[in-house]
Design a protein around this ligand. Structure first.
Ligand code: NOJ
Length: 561
């Protein structure tokens, strides 16, 4: 049944900047990851995904690469990186890195040459990026070529006076988009990829992979996403990389691509695809928006949780890849709020809801990706000032909220609920100053709840969130759950998350109350043949069907030979 090593991977995403600072500069580093390999191994992890470690001015925390061949001085040296690979490999752990192909930093030498007509290599590098002449209105005022809107909220165009033209940036203006139609550019990026493969990385998470192709007719539209996202030709580019570099090297390639259709998903990550092995999509990630909110609209508008949407999304993706490719299961990453604050309860039912979220996800088939701190129930930030935030996206969007008429307080609450910084505060290792992340003031504030929520407190506590994660990950291995068949119950029920998976020796029935009110479970299979295996509360009557807020239980029954 098993075909590839990554089908048994248990991936942990390390947001390098926030994991562990070992040289006391307030910034996490590669040695910090090495220091905690045993911690991760003990949790059950066997594969690390390291967020961008490349040299960068850090406009977008490293997704703005200045030098692909250099490790950021914030994070260490190339020798540190090699040591990470060696140490991880010695412990039978794999390491995959982020691979940023859609754009570079504006400080990358390619862009420095591209933007400057007097640069000796201008001619060669100019077309590594995407340029358009201005439009002019009737009065002769210069206008953007189109009204397309960047993923971070402002225009996608930035004027470059020396060339009298605009360059395209679908993220921040310090992240100019690369021109994938240019073969020389593609060859340059292939050299980058080859270099890291030769160094020994085990794979990549391909950033923003569905944005590589643009509509070069530049039709006007607002926001215009359909002109720079998921255009068919980006598959050609990915396939070229796959055939030449990814497939021949037995790598794990995870593509980040929101909005893929069923057919396209197989094109990306079917077993026979040359592009990726797994896909990250975001269908379940923002299932609680409020379309009526005009002050902080879109993903920023917090509404009630549409649980059927979440469950149907999991069921759908499992079905899409069944027998044809491989599924990934994850709650969230560095671009979304902390899951316990987002879909659980980070106050009264913190521990209980964190465990419920773990039960509901981690018995499903596929490869799990755990986001750092999730295993101890880290929560959204408690920042009170705009200046506490760090993310480039926060500042463009804050200005947008003001222009839509939001008050400062409304905007701040939206940031505390929804911004990416929620998922980027320092890892909470213990209850000493700065949560044991660093001995000096960190680059972003530690969450004020670190004395209650930290690794030290949970490591040796039998029923902690950490130990629950550990037990579930062990169970995945023992029962071969990555390959399990699953049957969801009540997919359209707004409050329960119930399913049954078939392991090696047992069937597991997972029953979760996803919300903060008591509920009576209906339409369950008879529990007579099952025994209670795990629960996130003390269960007095194992046959009772009344579930307290966020209560979750796992029952099992042996599979008869
Ligand atoms: C997706 C990454 O996950 C996000 O953090 C980043 O800002 C954009 N791609 C741009 O690289």
């Amino acid at each position: 049944m098993k075909k590839y090593w990554w089908q048994d991977a248990i991936i942990y995403q390390v947001y390098l900047r926030s994991f562990q600072d070992t040289n006391q500069d307030g910034i996490g580093d590669i040695n910090g990851v090495i220091q905690h390999l045993d911690y991760l191994k003990n949790l059950g992890v066997n594969t690390l995904w390291i967020s961008p470690h490349y040299d960068s001015p850090m406009d977008d925390n490293g997704y703005d690469v200045r030098d692909f061949f250099k490790v950021s001085e914030d994070y260490g040296t190339i020798d540190d990186f090699k040591a990470l690979l060696d140490e991880a490999h010695k412990k039978d752990m794999k390491v995959i890195t982020d691979l940023v192909l859609n754009h570079t930093s504006d400080e990358h030498p390619w862009f420095q040459a591209a933007k400057d007509p007097n640069h000796p290599e201008h001619e060669h590098y100019h077309d590594y990026y995407i340029w358009q002449p201005p439009k002019f209105d009737k009065k002769g005022n210069r206008q953007h070529p189109t009204q397309w809107v960047s993923w971070f909220g402002g225009p996608v165009w930035e004027y470059n006076p020396p060339t009298k033209s605009y360059y395209l940036h679908i993220f921040s203006k310090k992240m100019p988009d690369l021109n994938w139609r240019n073969k020389a550019m593609r060859e340059s990026l292939k050299q980058v990829i080859k270099w890291w493969i030769d160094l020994g990385v085990d794979g990549f998470r391909v950033d923003a992979s569905n944005h590589l192709e643009k509509n070069w007719d530049f039709p006007d539209a607002k926001p215009g996403y359909e002109h720079f996202s998921s255009l068919p030709k980006h598959h050609d580019y990915l396939e070229e990389l796959g055939k030449e570099l990814f497939k021949p090297n037995n790598l794990l390639i995870i593509g980040e691509a929101g909005g893929a259709t069923r057919k396209e998903a197989i094109q990306y990550a079917g077993f026979d695809s040359n592009e990726f092995n797994m896909l990250i999509q975001f269908e379940h990630c923002w299932a609680d928006t409020d379309e009526t909110n005009t002050l902080t609209p879109g993903k920023w508008a917090k509404g009630s949780i549409d649980l059927p949407k979440i469950k149907n999304s999991f069921a759908y993706w499992i079905d899409v890849f069944k027998g044809k490719g491989w599924n990934t299961i994850y709650w969230a990453n560095h671009d979304q709020p902390r899951i316990v604050s987002h879909y659980g309860d980070d106050k009264k039912y913190h521990e209980r809801s964190a465990k419920m979220l773990a039960f509901s996800l981690y018995l499903l088939p596929g490869t799990p990706i755990i986001y750092y701190g999730e295993e101890i129930g880290m929560t959204n930030v408690d920042y009170q000032n705009l200046g506490d935030f760090r993310d480039v996206e926060v500042f463009t969007e804050y200005d947008n909220f003001m222009s839509y008429g939001a008050s400062h307080e409304v905007a701040m609450q939206a940031l505390r609920d929804r911004s990416r910084d929620n998922a980027r505060s320092p890892m909470q290792w213990n209850d000493t100053a700065y949560a044991g992340f660093s001995k000096v003031t960190p680059w972003i504030n530690v969450n004020g709840n670190y004395q209650n929520i930290n690794v030290k407190k949970q490591l040796n506590k039998e029923d902690s969130i950490y130990q629950t994660y550990r037990a579930l990950l062990q169970l995945r291995k023992q029962e071969n759950l990555p390959y399990a068949d699953v049957n969801f119950y009540d997919l359209d029920h707004p409050q329960t998350f119930n399913y049954e998976v078939k392991g090696q020796k047992h069937n597991y029935l997972v029953l979760c109350n996803f919300k903060s009110t008591e509920i009576k479970m209906n339409k369950l299979p008879s529990l007579n043949e099952y025994t209670l295996f795990m629960a996130n509360v003390d269960v007095n009557d194992v046959l009772s069907t009344t579930y307290s807020p966020f209560e979750a239980r796992i029952y099992r029954k042996p599979i008869k030979a």
